[in-house]
Design a binder for this molecule. Structure first.
Ligand code: DGJ
Length: 685
């Protein structure tokens, strides 16, 4: 007997088939099927032949292959020597929800699937109870048959979101994050383009595990040719007898990577992000970290704040160094009260000044951490997570967040700060890895943030972890911005932002103009490049504004004003990545929700391969409408004689049809290495 269920969003259908009440197989994940499709007939039609060199029946590739299944691939759960024969017990089918419950004795397995039709995302999770579970995958999925490669994420500190193309070949590609954080090294996502797919065309599948404690991913091609993808959170070494793996967010697009990106961005906006005030435009940030580091001086900070406000900042963020005894990264984490030596009257005088300048006030914290050189560690050495002799990381240790005393202490300290001072934003940092993964730590951090948000509902939170080591939809359900990277190098940022935008909407991607000479790369890049790259995300700046030249000030304020004038529609718009002939370019565009305007970014990292620049072809426009397109980034780091052509765009707006802009494109002036052109377009009557 075959039982089937289907889940639909406009761009995808997922069909599950259970044979004789066993755990189901996904028999179809892909383009939408017609309403009346015969699902059992489909499951039967997809049954492969039996041939030589195999068992007399094909062991199914279920959503959770188990040791007793005689399945030759990787299992979906680690339950030791147990070989349960799970059978269907319960089915709950409601609009947008499917729940399938299976049992064998004490062991239960529940698959939950929710459809988010308006966003084209399906949310999957698996819960297992009744055994010692060392690992569990969210419901496993088949990978596309007609695909040669997948795109996974590697990376490092100051080099997050490094997309890597991994060929499909027999064997398992296993990615494990064992350091207890989402990690710099492996954003928990996978993109699977079918053969021939690109930014705007072809079939592309994407998955993202929304959890913050590290994950294990298996993308496997079996010797018999089948392919499966398993994604599950890392658990503690002891495991647990009640594990939920997920949510795993999946989408499938028939319009290339852009379809995936638009679905994920829309989903994050609609179902993940929870802003205290949805109507509040993202404020321009000034962050003092790269200006002063630990060197806090009230008079200097006042000067900096005044200048930051003049340049356009709307929120002033006091970074690390404001609390008791914190004059370097060697001490004081855990002692969450103001440093009375640096701030004899507390933070209020600075906040008064910041507010008088018209800005709100944000504060850096790193609640999960403790320095051995702190009052907290001296008083409560037993609150440390992991062995006493573990190596320090940035001179610090992690607190055992699951301890009630730790939760109570941190809540009390943070609550006191937020109750004493008018803080509207916390930059919540997490600068060291855990000695080993522990899912309880993640749950406890989520609980602490949730409690604080309940008590201080107006406070926005940024998820920072030495840059982008904690970016996932789990943390984003309770935070409102990510610090994508500690690198403010605009060239590095251009790449990272281009990759991260597949999963993150621009308004939450913290992006700052850094100092002229980048502190993490040593590169000196033009203000134009730095500012326009920052304007792709949640715009801010964090150099010492007293060091800006007149020219830099002019560009910074112009871009800042431009961003303020456009953020309203940019942060509700539809993002597209653009194909360009020169692979050294990063090109993308955002079209407003009403289609009336757009902005195009074309960034050039290296010297272009040809003397003549190629026209850039746009997308997402109405073919028969006409658009006036003009350059808004007029700054170019090259001498005039290198860009001396009499080009239409240089003289003013060019007006062309959407069809022309999308098929012929428009020629940009010569692109110097390390430069960016930004175009703006408006629909004309
Ligand atoms: C790491 C962050 O990523 C930086 O932006 C800064 O906040 C430092 N920590 C402060 O210690």
């Amino acid at each position: 007997m075959i039982q089937c269920w289907r889940l639909d969003t406009p761009a995808q259908t997922l069909v599950l088939a259970s044979h004789n009440s066993h755990l189901p197989e996904v028999v179809h994940w892909g383009a939408p099927l017609p309403e009346g499709e015969g699902l059992v007939a489909l499951a039967r039609a997809l049954q492969p032949d039996v041939t030589g060199g195999m068992l007399d029946a094909r062991p199914p590739m279920t959503v959770c292959p188990l040791p007793g299944d005689v399945f030759p691939g990787q299992p979906g759960a680690d339950i030791g020597a147990l070989k349960p024969r799970l059978r269907l017990e319960e089915v709950v089918e409601e609009a947008g929800l499917l729940e399938l419950g299976f049992r064998d004795g004490d062991i239960t397995y529940t698959l939950t699937a929710r459809t988010h039709a308006a966003c084209d995302v399906i949310e999957l999770s698996a819960r297992m109870t009744g055994a010692r579970i060392g690992w569990l995958a969210a419901p496993g999925l088949p990978a596309p048959v007609l695909a040669d490669e997948m795109i996974g994420y590697a990376g490092k500190w100051i080099g997050e979101f490094t997309a890597q193309t991994i060929p499909w070949r027999v064997g398992a590609h296993v990615r494990e994050v064992r350091d207890g954080r989402t990690s710099h090294e492996a954003f928990p996502g996978l993109v699977m383009p079918a053969r021939g797919a690109g930014n705007g065309t072809g079939e592309v599948f994407a998955l993202h595990l929304g959890t913050s404690g590290g994950h294990r991913m298996v993308a496997e091609e079996l010797p018999d040719g089948r392919r499966q993808v398993l994604f599950g959170p890392m658990l503690s070494a002891e495991g647990s007898d009640d594990v939920t793996a997920g949510p795993l967010y999946i989408t499938c697009s028939g319009n290339g990577l852009n379809g995936v990106m638009q679905a994920m961005q829309r989903f994050a906006r609609t179902h993940i992000l929870d802003f205290p005030d949805t109507d509040r435009p993202r404020p321009v940030h000034y962050n003092c970290w790269e200006a002063i580091y630990f060197d806090h001086d009230l008079a200097e900070l006042r000067d900096i704040a005044s200048l930051a406000a003049q340049l356009g900042a709307e929120r002033f963020v006091l970074d690390d160094g404001w609390f008791k005894g914190r004059s370097s990264d060697t001490s004081s984490l855990g002692d969450w009260e103001v440093d009375w030596d640096k701030y004899p009257e507390g933070l209020q005088p600075l906040i008064d000044h910041v507010e008088a300048c018209g800005m709100t006030f944000g504060l850096w914290v790193e609640p999960e951490m403790v320095n051995p050189d702190s009052d907290l560690a001296r008083q409560h050495p037993d609150w440390v997570f992991g062995p006493a002799d573990q190596p320090l990381g940035r001179h610090q240790l992690v607190l055992d967040m699951a301890l009630e005393e730790v939760q109570a202490y941190l809540f009390a300290r943070l609550d006191a700060i937020l109750s004493t001072y008018p803080v509207d934003y916390l930059k919540w940092d997490h600068n060291r890895v855990l000695p080993f993964p522990d899912h309880r730590q993640v749950g406890a951090v989520y609980a602490l943030i949730d409690r604080l948000r309940e008590a201080h509902a107006h406070v926005e939170i940024e998820s920072c972890a030495s840059g982008g080591a904690r970016i996932d939809y789990g943390i984003l359900k309770r935070t409102h911005r990510v610090w994508l990277s500690d690198s403010n190098d605009a060239l590095e940022r251009m790449r990272m932002q281009h990759e991260a935008m597949l999963f993150l909407p621009p308004e939450i991607m913290g992006s700052h103009i850094g100092p002229r000479k980048c502190h993490t790369s040593g590169r000196t890049l033009s203000m134009s490049l730095r500012a326009w790259v920052a304007a792709q995300g949640h715009f801010g700046f964090e150099m010492d504004p007293r060091e800006l030249t007149e020219g830099e000030t002019e560009v910074l304020t112009r871009v800042c004003d431009w961003w303020k004038a456009n953020r309203g529609w940019l942060h509700r718009g539809l993002a597209h990545r653009l194909d360009t002939r020169d692979r050294g370019q990063r090109a993308s565009m955002t079209v407003s929700a009403d289609g009336d305007r757009f902005v195009v970014w074309v960034g050039q990292k290296e010297t272009p391969p040809h003397v003549l620049p190629h026209p850039v072809r746009l997308t997402g426009l109405a073919a028969n409408d006409r658009y006036a397109v003009r350059l808004v980034s007029e700054d170019s780091p090259i001498p005039d004689w290198m860009t001396r052509g009499d080009m239409a765009l240089k003289r003013g707006p060019v007006t062309l049809s959407g069809a022309a802009l999308m098929s012929a494109g428009v020629s940009l002036p010569y692109m110097a290495p390390q430069s960016i052109w930004v175009l703006e377009g408006t629909r004309v009557a």
